[in-house]
Design a protein around this ligand. Structure first.
Ligand code: XMP
Length: 515
């Protein structure tokens, strides 16, 4: 049986990281609103329950409070920061505002680590652990049956325990805490005796069963984009149901990169997907004519995409009850209300509104997965590395990488320049170190000289960033030799570009895309 952990979200900015860490250990974990009902938790059958941090004091008027004692009857408890304070409060101890608040790095001294394994790891550090803290309240008096097993620099309780309950005042889930993983592991593996059985083969097996149960003998429709998520959804559905029940449509917006449509279509067909291409390049180009404003471009593309998708489904004359989407767990988490009252899911950027318009039920097999898990199961399913390792590509495609109005000529120029850059990264062996890289075509002309001739042509910008989630990013530090090589090739080989610049702006304040 799969070992499962429930994480109750009391509003910390880093709650998601707790779930990620457990998944990285190979243990299934799910986030719940802090006030999830006992029935729901019991149904989930957790092997342990983790109470997250949160910005409140247990004495605030609007603080997220709930009875915690009854949770310990369901499974062993582990509290983090606010989680430790609500445990103290609920079991009858005392929490109060500290005179000296503890923010940032702090050195904690352990007297009795949670488990033998943790003790062995801490021995190398002389039982002193650098941890990251962020709290204004402290545990002033322990509830009965609890003891302090680690103390902070300010001499406050940094870790406490009782029979079935353990808690830390610091954040083991953030990377600034040394041995943070070991603290979490001690709870998960040593105290709760979990098994690391959330592996790619077991995830695939679970998802295939779920899909079969949900879809039965009905037909499913799926819009493919060439990206990782929709490709993995297609592979999963096809494996679960067979190609006759799974109809994929790949729309050529004419805004894809060089040879992308034909290359990706071939990969999909070779893999055995039942996929139809819809060539709408001319339609997109004519609808986008004369539009320079980025948001108007996005809206136009969204509308034309939906119309094209609908039309191609009509042409195929299919009777599909289900529409599949590549929604991931971070999208779901983002939309879970802390108060647990309403759950609205972000709609997919390209097909927003489609399920309602087409009156279809949703299949979202990746809803519980993080991106790295999606890649791992894609590999397990035998999808080509070219698809799994691809940089993210925005729905509106090259339209937001041509600043200003879009024309066929500009698209061709940009495709050629982008292809040189991306091939250069692959030849250099650095493509996989970079989160996203591309060329954007600027609406700027400058004077140049080629041979004996004066030129007056466009400038383009190279953009390459490192990032872990696209929310923040830093520009990638290329060698001057690499930049020189790419710049020379672009200016020599691409007609219409006589100047190449490199973007050294992080996000924030910049965004990754230029539009
Ligand atoms: P920004 O430019 O906002 O991009 O820093 C963050 C990530 O989102 C992608 N992006 C989009 N993806 N539709 C999409 O599907 C869009 O309109 C869009 N705009 C930006 C961008 O490529 C990066 O990965």
């Amino acid at each position: 049986m799969t070992s499962k952990f429930a994480i109750l979200d009391f509003g910390s900015q880093v709650t998601q990281l707790i779930a990620r860490r457990l998944r990285e250990f190979g243990v299934y974990s799910e986030l719940f609103p802090f006030d999830v009902s006992l029935e729901k938790l019991k149904d989930f059958q957790p092997q342990g329950i983790i109470l997250s941090g949160g910005a409140h004091s247990v004495y605030d008027e609007n603080s997220p409070l709930r009875g915690v004692k009854e949770l310990a009857d369901i499974a062993p408890l582990f509290g983090i920061c606010y989680g430790m304070q609500i445990i103290t409060h609920s079991f009858g101890g005392k929490v109060e505002a500290a005179l000296n608040r503890e923010y940032g790095l702090n050195e904690v001294v352990w007297s009795d680590p949670f488990s033998q394994n943790l003790k062995t790891k801490l021995q190398n550090l002389d039982h002193q652990q650098n941890v990251w803290m962020s709290h204004g309240d402290i545990v002033k008096a322990l509830p009965q049956g609890f003891e302090v097993v680690a103390t902070s620099e300010g001499n406050h309780p940094a870790a406490i325990k009782s029979d079935r309950v353990w808690a830390v005042q610091f954040h083991p889930e953030v990377t600034h805490t040394d041995l943070g993983d070991e603290v979490l592991r001690s709870f998960v593996f040593d105290l709760c005796k979990a098994e690391a059985n959330w592996t790619a083969p077991s995830i695939v097996e679970t998802l295939l069963e779920k899909i079969k149960k949900q879809v039965g003998s009905e037909k499913v429709l799926l819009g493919l984009s060439g990206g990782v998520d929709s490709s993995v959804v297609a592979a999963l559905l096809t494996k679960a149901l067979g190609p006759d029940q799974v109809h994929c449509v790949f729309v050529d917006t004419g805004l894809l990169r060089k040879n992308e449509f034909t290359d990706v279509m071939k990969m999909y067909k070779d893999y055995g997907l039942n996929v139809k291409g819809a060539d709408a390049a001319d339609l997109f180009l004519s609808e986008l004519a004369g539009i320079s404003d980025p948001e108007t471009k996005r809206k136009t593309i969204g509308r034309v995409f939906i119309e094209t998708f609908e039309q191609s489904v009509k042409d195929l004359n299919l009777d599909c009850r289900f529409l599949a989407q590549g929604t991931l767990y971070p999208d779901v988490i983002e939309s879970v209300n802390l108060r647990g009252s309403s759950v609205t899911i972000k709609s997919h950027h390209n097909v927003g509104g489609l399920p309602e318009r087409m009156n279809m039920d949703l299949v979202e097999p990746l809803r519980e997965l993080f991106k790295d898990e999606v890649r791992a199961i894609g590999k397990e399913l035998g999808l080509p590395a070219e698809i799994l390792g691809r940089h993210p590509f925005p729905g509106p495609g090259l339209a937001v990488r041509i600043l200003g109005e879009i024309t066929k000529e500009k698209l061709e120029t940009l495709r050629d320049a982008d292809d040189i850059f991306i091939k250069g990264l692959k030849e250099e062996g650095i493509y996989d170190d970079i989160w996203q890289a591309f060329v954007a075509l600027l609406p700027v002309k400058s004077v140049g000289v080629q041979g004996d001739n004066r030129t007056y042509a466009n400038a383009c910008v190279l953009r390459a960033v490192s990032s872990s989630d696209g929310m923040t990013a830093d520009w990638y530090d290329f060698s001057p030799k690499f930049l020189r090589k790419v710049s020379n090739r672009i200016t020599n080989e691409v007609a219409g570009i006589n100047r190449v610049v490199y973007d050294v702006t992080s996000k924030p304040p910049g965004t990754i895309e230029w539009e």
